[in-house]
Design a protein. Structure first.
Length: 190
């Protein structure tokens, strides 16, 4: 009995040290050495000021910025509460919110079809990207607000359009934070 107890305590101690201390330190060290940017959240800085993460969406609401997808994560884009709304397509609350968002977007484009990703949240509520159609839909407003030509804004969108992952996964997409940062660089707000 005593021998079994000593063996159990030793195994518990050894596995705790091995898998609770050594393994996490090795994995963290390798991640920092090999994938430093990704291991630290892919943070973006401008003039020493943190602008955000390349992989977590942000709530851009000012008319001179491209708008992100809506977020249902916590109070919006809250990485600690990542989730969708879990509201079904027949839920009155969801229908009213989407209808209100469509009406706001149609102020710039009366009777135009609003791209679905501008009025529906992603499953995580943290999606940093929009579709090319969603970016194109906002070009007229951005050009007007920033006093740029629509072609200049379209060129910036094209520069920030990423293709399908590995050439066949997902859809082409545009990272909203990177796009807006580049817009600020090209046409600083007055």
């Amino acid at each position: 009995m005593r021998r079994n107890l000593v063996t159990a305590v030793l195994y518990t101690f050894i596995t705790t040290v091995l898998f609770g201390l050594i393994y996490p330190f090795v994995v963290t060290g390798l991640a920092q050495a090999l994938f430093h940017d990704k291991a630290n959240g892919q943070l973006l800085y401008k003039n020493g000021q943190l602008m955000g993460s390349r992989i977590i969406g942000q709530p851009f609401t000012a008319p001179q910025y491209f708008h992100s997808r809506p977020s249902e994560a916590g109070n919006g884009y809250d990485a600690a509460n990542s989730s969708g709304s879990n509201l079904g397509p027949t839920n009155k609350k969801l229908i009213d919110r989407v209808a209100g968002d469509v009406a706001l977007f149609q102020l710039d484009h009366p009777n135009a079809d609003v791209p679905i990703d501008l009025v529906t949240a992603s499953g995580s509520g943290l999606d940093p990207d929009i579709t090319q159609a969603a970016a194109e839909f906002q070009v007229v407003r951005i050009a007007k607000e920033r006093h740029l030509s629509e072609d200049a804004v379209r060129r910036i969108v094209a520069q920030h359009t990423e293709g399908r992952q590995f050439g066949f996964l997902g859809e082409p997409r545009v990272n909203v934070l990177l796009l807006n940062m580049d817009l600020d660089h090209l046409s600083p707000l007055r």
